[in-house]
Design a protein. Sequence first.
Length: 185
Amino acid sequence: MKYDIAAFIWPSYTGDEPRTRIFWPEGYGEWQTVKAMTDRGYDGCRWPRIPTWGYVNEADSRVMEMQIDCAVSYGVNVFIYDWYWYDNRPFLENCLNDGFLKARNNAQMKFMLMWANHNANHLWDKRNSDSDLSTVIWSGVVTPEIFSNICDRTIEKYFKCENYYKIDGCPVYMIFDLDNFIRSF
């Protein structure tokens, strides 16, 4: 029996998308959070840490080529990209579009989308929240019309790629928050 080994990709390690500045104003994405971490003072805390490959931009196809080579060498053959749609448009697509899809070696690996339709809230950046951490910056709930737009975009832009992950010839698509999905209809 053949198994596929997948890894989730959190596509925020790039500053190439202007809307990320609400969370990471210094302009290099989630690396801002990583760089800001400090020793928490408990036994076993390993911060601060420096990434082995440095603070790389995952929207750079050369960086993604390096990551694909590494993943494949350890048996990973599928990347599952968190894919977002906030404020009636895609969000955090640069890592996939400009990194993975433009990588010269991307045929070595399949990819698929997980629509991360959860609310963007304090978990991304506590500076943008109120005292009880309930602030929703962008809602993951969409209208049926917007969902139709999302489907059109993902089918046209991604499902038709030769290396989009399929089971029995059908594209695989994950939805992160079923409660928000149900609220959409």
